[in-house]
Design a protein around this ligand. Structure first.
Ligand code: 2HA
Ligand code: ZN
Length: 270
């Protein structure tokens, strides 16, 4: 068996959580990440027949039966993942009937996965149906995105338009736009269902007054989506009340045409 502490997925989880913490987006226990792993790769580091304990999933996760995820722990701080991955992370496999997760490694102090596990798993299901290469769901509390929620409506077309108008990168990085949920109680199956519904059309979903979900085929991609929204929200908030110049719709359309991208419907006037 290879040394799991040297596994690329453990190293990457440590790097990404540290990075997000240093951005100031993941205070205290804020934020959570789940990353679907390749079974053959995990088998190089762990005996897949050795289940440490089982943890209820809290919802019907049958569509992910047999899939293995590395997931940040509930109550755990992003700040601490890199120095103690075995306490702050866990590797779990969804059981055949989808009601439990089999712990294969981690949560060393008896802990369990994030309270947002249903939202993560339902988002994985929704994104995998759109893109078989999808692997990562990343939730965070980026400062300016949440600030933007306090001054903008929850209309996702309007929210997307404001982002596209503020930074030319935006339409190129997320032509599929940003899904926006109203302020809801988090940690519930209900917010999971609502998030997954948005994930059918968007790789990014904003939880109003709370934070953001970014997804992708790897950690870089999910992080990069959040980073682009957050940087643009910062530009928007810095300029708020002083705006004399935004990116015109014909330039936004021109960028999408140049890169051959299909834009979210209804954001720009036809
Ligand atoms: O894990 O971010 O949404 C703490 C949270 C809950
Ligand atoms: Zn949160």
């Amino acid at each position: 068996m290879k040394d799991i502490f040297k596994a690329p997925f453990i190293i990457e989880m440590g790097e990404t959580t540290a990075n997000m913490y240093r951005q100031g987006w993941d205070e205290r226990n804020g934020g959570n990440i789940s990353y679907m792993l390749d079974e053959a790769e995990v088998a190089e580091y762990l005996d897949l027949n050795n289940v440490i304990r089982t943890i209820p999933t809290g919802f019907d996760a049958k569509k992910l039966a047999g899939k293995i995820f590395i997931v940040t722990g509930t109550g755990k701080y992003f700040k601490n993942v890199q120095k103690d991955p075995e306490t702050n992370l866990g590797i779990v496999r969804i059981s055949a009937d989808g009601t439990t997760a089999e712990l294969l490694w981690g949560y060393k102090d008896g802990g369990k996965f994030t309270s947002e596990f249903p939202a993560h798993m339902m988002s994985h299901i929704a994104r995998l149906e759109q893109d078989p290469n999808h692997r990562v769901v990343c939730h965070s509390h980026p400062t300016y995105t949440i600030a933007m929620n306090t001054v903008c409506s929850t209309d996702e077309k309007d929210f997307t338009h404001k982002l596209w108008q503020s930074n030319t990168e935006c339409v190129v990085v997320f032509p599929d736009g940003v899904g926006v949920l109203p302020c809801m109680v988090c940690g519930t199956e209900e917010i999971g269902i609502a998030t997954a519904e948005k994930m059918k059309e968007h790789r990014i979903v904003v939880w109003t007054n709370h934070g953001i979900y970014g997804t992708g085929k790897n950690l870089d991609e999910a992080f990069g989506l959040i980073e682009t929204v957050e940087k643009t929200a910062m530009i928007y908030m810095l300029a708020l009340g002083h705006t004399v110049n935004v990116i015109p719709d014909d330039i936004i359309r021109g960028l999408a045409e140049l890169w051959g991208l299909k834009m979210m419907d209804g954001v720009l006037d036809d």
